[in-house]
Write a protein that binds this ligand. Structure first.
Ligand code: NI
Length: 265
């Protein structure tokens, strides 16, 4: 089975065909996925999705591009209370985004640090969003002692050196659509060096669509193309990649592995 560790299936881009898209994911072999709620709007819709489908879990956190909109104390308390929900498996996505200039760096840093501290208090792994901020991400994770909870470097796009620093802090490295692109020399090389017990796959649907649907809307069933790419890069069978990445995801999110149920409510 495939485990899509990062998706946004509550996105309005699926409003016309969400049920069909989720059925396609199950038919493609997606046995579990984590939907990511990252701000005031998407946290409730993510929880609703996780409550509706057995095989969908939730991560909740505050995205760096929305950092300016966070009412720090109040929203941290909200996220903390949601961590008691049985389907909430992680805090995220959190991190730094220096590409979209929507929140000042110092605000992003505060929001990021506070959520790492929260994750340590509630003992949940963290899902990291990193755009053009490798150095500060690694520095803050280290300064805040994030190794205590670990988590996922989502849609990893950095160098092997950065990956190594994250591995040393108990993080899993997750790859998405970009690793399927023919010209993705660095991501392919980095993937080939990740210890197999730290490798994860994801879609980030509806974003970051893999080859051969690049440019179109992404969906969770396309995680199979990421699995195929990982198989090709590592020289392992697609089945082995599915086994390894699913086992890793269950371990990372501290979930009991359970057999795929055919009928979801
Ligand atoms: Ni995302």
């Amino acid at each position: 089975m495939l485990f899509d560790t990062h998706a946004h299936l509550d996105s309005p881009k699926f409003d016309n065909d969400r049920e069909e898209m989720i059925t396609r994911a199950k038919e493609a072999g997606v046995g579990a996925l984590v939907n990511i709620g990252f701000n005031r709007e998407t946290i409730p819709t993510t929880i609703a999705l996780a409550e509706r489908y057995d095989f969908i879990y939730a991560a909740v956190g505050w995205h760096p591009t929305d950092a300016v909109d966070m009412r720090l104390e109040e929203d941290l308390a909200w996220i903390a209370s949601l961590c008691a929900h049985p389907k909430v498996v992680a805090i995220g996505e959190i991190g730094l985004d220096y590409y979209w200039d929507t929140s000042p760096k110092d605000v992003q840093h505060t929001v990021f640090r506070e959520q790492i501290r929260l994750a340590k208090r509630v003992n949940k792994p963290i899902v990291i969003h990193n755009r053009d901020a490798h150095e500060d991400i690694v520095r803050i994770l280290r300064e805040e002692g994030a190794a205590e909870v670990g988590g996922i470097m989502h849609c990893f796009s950095g160098s092997w050196e950065t990956a190594k620093q994250c591995l040393d802090m108990n993080f899993y490295i997750s790859f998405g659509g970009p690793v399927t692109f023919k010209n993705a020399r660095v991501p392919k090389e980095v993937l080939s060096r990740i210890p197999l017990d730290r490798l994860l796959i994801e879609t980030d649907a509806p974003y970051l669509t893999p080859h051969p649907f690049r440019g179109k809307r992404n969906e969770s069933s396309y995680v199979r193309f990421v699995a195929d790419a990982a198989a090709e890069i590592t020289g392992l069978s697609r089945k082995k990649i599915e086994e390894i990445t699913s086992r890793n995801a269950y371990a990372c999110f501290r979930l009991e592995e359970k057999p795929l149920t055919i009928d979801e409510k």
